[in-house]
Design a protein. Structure first.
Length: 277
């Protein structure tokens, strides 16, 4: 049997609004309802951002705590992955929720351009975030917006700043960053295998209309997949995605096409080397 495919659902993000798609979950209750439906559709990881009362991104640990608790209650075994992304806060505020000890958190190990600004990840902040993840038993997901980020993750792993074999996510399609390019994608895969071992798990995320492209590339080549309204609010150019669950189902359908079972939360935890729920 082929290795099960982990589906991660990025439920909200920092950018999409209800003006973009009314299905974007913003309040705690909306996020929990949307996550539960995505969980039932096959998602085993919830990548989480939170918003304030005005719908703006925040790194408020109390809001993260409420979301984490709700997911653990309504989605038994689902892996909670909290975002330390730079749109939600500045400096060490970005890691204020790591003391909650979620199973996973995102970690960007280098800077790059975004559509209208620089996504700034200075070395001292990266080292602090990585140290907090070790201190609180949080597995980082390395968000690789550039090839150099994979090499930096390898360096941090070798010198102990990252404890376990890095789980790298290839992020492609962000304007002004790495475009969606199959040759680059294949080189990323080969680089992960060379630096971390042939059996190292990895995943991929495509932005906008390229979400389904990266889903298929990853699923068909033995990787894992990220989907969700954070990265893409449409099913196609004319149709808004009705829910996070619909995007998860689309990825699950690709798993069936390529004879990849959808990973259960327990299987995802085993693949990623995480503690049991």
């Amino acid at each position: 049997m082929s290795q099960p495919c982990i589906i991660c659902v990025a439920i909200t993000g920092s950018v999409p609004t209800k003006a973009d798609n009314p299905a974007v979950p913003v309040t705690l209750s909306e996020q929990l309802e949307s996550t539960q439906a995505a969980f039932e559709a096959g998602a085993s990881i919830a990548h989480c951002h939170v918003r304030d009362d005005e719908g703006k991104p925040t790194s408020d640990p109390d809001r993260f705590a409420a979301l984490k608790e709700g997911i653990q209650t309504h989605c038994p075994g689902m892996i909670v992955q909290l975002s330390t992304g730079g749109r939600s806060g500045a400096g060490r505020a970005r890691g204020g929720m790591l003391s909650l000890s979620p199973e996973m958190a995102s970690l960007s190990v280098g800077s790059n351009n975004f559509p209208t600004r620089v996504y700034d990840n200075p070395p001292d902040l990266v080292d602090w975030l990585a140290g907090e993840m070790i201190a609180h038993d949080v597995k980082p997901e390395i968000e690789a917006f550039d090839l150099s980020h994979i090499f930096q993750a390898a360096k941090m792993w070798k010198d102990g700043r990252i404890r376990d074999t890095p789980y790298v996510q290839f992020v492609m399609g962000v304007k002004n960053a790495m475009p969606v390019d199959r040759a680059v994608f294949d080189f990323y895969r080969a680089t992960v295998a060379r630096l971390f071992g042939e059996n190292a798990a990895w995943c991929a995320a495509g932005i906008g209309q390229n979400q389904i492209v990266l889903n298929e590339w990853a699923i068909s080549t033995g990787g894992h997949a990220r989907t969700g309204l954070e990265d893409n609010v449409r099913l196609d150019r004319k149709t808004l995605a009705p829910s996070n669950a619909a995007l998860v189902q689309r990825a699950a359908d690709l798993c069936s096409r390529y004879d990849r079972p959808v990973a259960s939360p327990a299987q995802a935890r085993q693949i990623l080397g995480l503690r049991a729920a």
